[in-house]
Design a protein around this ligand. Sequence first.
Ligand code: NAP
Length: 261
Amino acid sequence: MITVITGASAGIGAAAATGLSRLGHRVVLVGRDEGRLKSVADGLSGSKADVLTCDYTSLDDVRRLAELLRERYERIGVLANNAGVMSPRRQITVDGHELMIQVNHLAPFLLTDYLTDRVDRVVTTCSRAGRSGRLDPADLSRERRRWNGWLQYGDTKQANALFTVGLAKRGVSATCFHPGVIRTGFAADTWLMRLFLATPGYAKPPEHGARTLVHLATQEDGTSGAGGYFAENKQERVPAGMSDPDLAERLWTASARAVSG
Ligand SMILES: NC(=O)c1ccc[n+]([C@@H]2O[C@H](COP(=O)([O-])OP(=O)(O)OC[C@H]3O[C@@H](n4cnc5c(N)ncnc54)[C@H](OP(=O)(O)O)[C@@H]3O)[C@@H](O)[C@H]2O)c1
C-alpha cells in the first residue's frame, strides 16, 4: 500500500513514516529538504521509501507535486496531510496568501483535490488549537481582522477540521486528529511552546503524536469515522466552528477560489 506523508522530514510525520513502514506501508516522504527526507528514509525498517520535495509556500510547486504523484502511483492508500507551521511573524506567500493559511490549509486542499480520485483515505493532522479558531471564509489571511500568530494558526487548524467535513460530504474517507502537545520543531520560537517544553512530562515524544495518525491510516475508524476529529485514537466532539457543514461549504468555495490562481 502506498502512503504519502507530507511534513515527513521531521517530528510527527517522520515518526508516522517509521510506524507505517513497520506495518508494511510503502511510504512516500514529502518535505522541503531532500537531505532531511533521505535521512528519515534511511532509518526506516520497511520497504524502500520514495522521497519527493515540495515547498507549500508555492502553489505551483504543490501542482507539480500532485502531477508527479499522479504519474507515479496508480492508487494511493493513504494521503496524510501532516505538513504544518506556526509563524509568530505575519508573512505573505508568492501566491498572495498569509503563510499559515497556505501551508496548513490551502496547499493540502489543492493537493487533495488533485488526488481525490486516486486516494482511499485522507488523514489530516489538525490540532486542539482549532477549537479557538474564528475562521472567516471571506478573510482567510486575516487582512481585515486582528492578526497574531496563534489566532491565525487556530483558524488554519479549524480549517483542517472543516476541510475534513467537506471531504466526507463528497464521499472521501477523511478524518483528522489532534496529536497532543508534542516535542518537535513546531513553534519552537514561541514562548508558549517553550513553556510547554519546559514543563516536565507535559510534551510527549513524536511517536506519541504519530499514534493517532497511524491508527486512522490503518484501522476501520479511518473510514467509518469519516468527517470526524480524533484524539488518542478516539473520536471526539468538537465545537460547531469545526464541524458546521454550512461553514465547511463556505470554506470549500473560498479555498477553491484562493487556489485557482
Ligand atoms: N508539535 C505539536 O505540539 C503539535 C500540536 C498540534 C498539532 N501539530 C501539527 O502537527 C503537524 C506536524 O508538526 P510537527 O509538530 O511534527 O512539527 P515539525 O517537526 O516542525 O514538522 C513540520 C513538518 O512540516 C513541514 N513543513 C513546514 N513548512 C513547510 C512548507 N512550507 N512546505 C512543505 N512542508 C513544510 C516541515 O518540513 P521541513 O523539514 O522542510 O521544515 C516538517 O516536515 C503540523 O500540522 C502541526 O500543526 C503539532
